[in-house]
Write a protein that binds this ligand. Structure first.
Ligand SMILES: NC(=O)c1ccc[n+]([C@@H]2O[C@H](COP(=O)([O-])OP(=O)(O)OC[C@H]3O[C@@H](n4cnc5c(N)ncnc54)[C@H](OP(=O)(O)O)[C@@H]3O)[C@@H](O)[C@H]2O)c1
Length: 310
């Protein structure tokens, strides 16, 4: 199946959704977000991952604006967005829903915000509620037949979910949390997707900032109260301490090179990984992570794998 994404790194826009919702990353200036999008596209990234959930439509709105500012209105840039967490009213909390009518409504709202006529890759954000999953997936297949979607994908699904859905319509992609600090996908999902020709898109490749330059205990303690990471168990002891030990070993293996680049290089060398979604929120972060670097050799990949083992 031909995939609607090109470069092996896509730009993730969770953080640029801004504050004011449960999964926000603290204060975020739109000017920084727009500059980060332009920087990524200037660095050769040709697709952007987003979701209505990211700031209740705000990330999609910013992408629509950034693309309108590009030469040729961003022609050639592909957008992947999601459905499954609609909300009713500006301040209301999103809820899980995958009925056909809800999926259609969400798609049209995303098209408006993105100023687009079609979504290149449309994904179910979470397989919830489970009793509506097949109905939602069937609707994605119909929207693809109507030309409103280029390809259909899933996020956070299990092999059992995919087995159920594949008989309704092909699954082009699966978003899986995968990084040097989170390797559970290697046991089942990566081999499963390889066998079935499903492209794995690795999410949170820097473990939401832990594998970036300068992350340490003090940085974790400084996270603002409205940044979701502040309350997450990965950013609190005892897990934080265990992660920091691994990060120290990875930094010595990196020999002074930016860990973000090595973390991305390591991911792209893993069998079955089609692409990684880098979630930057400032242009400098994009440039640091995406400045071209020589491909990692097999020995370096193995060294990083060994250093990341607990
Ligand atoms: N489908 C799903 O359920 C799902 C789940 C998770 C993620 N995703 C997708 O995957 C994307 C990536 O995940 P993520 O946002 O957790 O991102 P990530 O790439 O693991 O971490 C990005 C964060 O690291 C920090 N950072 C510091 N230096 C950086 C550098 N040089 N380059 C990049 N980032 C640097 C930034 O936050 P600070 O500066 O604040 O530290 C940035 O927001 C998301 O944006 C989203 O599109 C999807």
């Amino acid at each position: 199946m031909s995939l609607p994404i090109g470069s092996r790194i896509g730009l993730g826009t969770w953080a640029i959704g801004g504050p004011g919702w449960r999964g926000g990353w603290g204060a975020q200036a739109d000017a920084d977000s727009l500059a980060a999008i332009h920087a990524a596209l200037d660095c050769g990234v040709d697709w952007i991952d987003t979701a209505p959930l990211y700031g209740r439509g705000h990330a999609e709105t910013l992408i629509g604006r950034a693309l309108a500012e590009r030469p040729g209105a961003g022609r050639g840039v592909r957008v992947a967005t999601k459905c499954g967490w609609p909300w009713a009213g500006r301040r209301a909390r999103p809820f899980a829903r995958l009925t056909a009518a809800s999926v259609r409504g969400e798609l049209h709202a995303s098209l408006r915000r993105l100023r687009a006529e079609r979504i290149d890759l449309y994904q179910i954000h979470h397989p919830r509620p489970p009793e509506q999953l097949a109905e939602g997936w069937g609707e994605l297949a119909r929207l693809r037949e109507r030309g409103l979607i280029g390809a259909c994908g899933l996020c956070n699904a299990t092999a059992a979910d995919i087995d159920r859905l594949r008989v309704i319509a092909p699954v082009a992609t699966l978003q899986v949390p995968y990084s040097l600090l989170r390797r559970e996908a290697e046991a089942e999902l990566l081999p499963y997707c390889r066998r079935r020709g499903i492209a794995v898109l690795a999410t949170s490749p820097l473990h939401s900032g832990m594998l970036a330059t300068g992350f340490d205990r003090a940085r974790a303690a400084r996270l603002p109260g409205d940044d979701w990471r502040r309350e997450h168990r990965d950013f609190r002891d005892p897990r934080l301490g265990a992660h920091l030990q691994v990060i120290e070993r990875l930094r010595s293996a990196a020999g002074g090179r930016p860990l973000a680049r090595l973390a991305l290089g390591w991911l792209l060398a893993q069998p079955g990984v089609h692409a990684a979604i880098l979630g930057a929120r400032r242009p400098q972060q994009v440039v640091e992570a995406l400045t071209p670097w020589p491909e990692l050799g097999a020995r370096e990949v193995a060294g990083l794998s060994a250093a990341s083992r607990r």
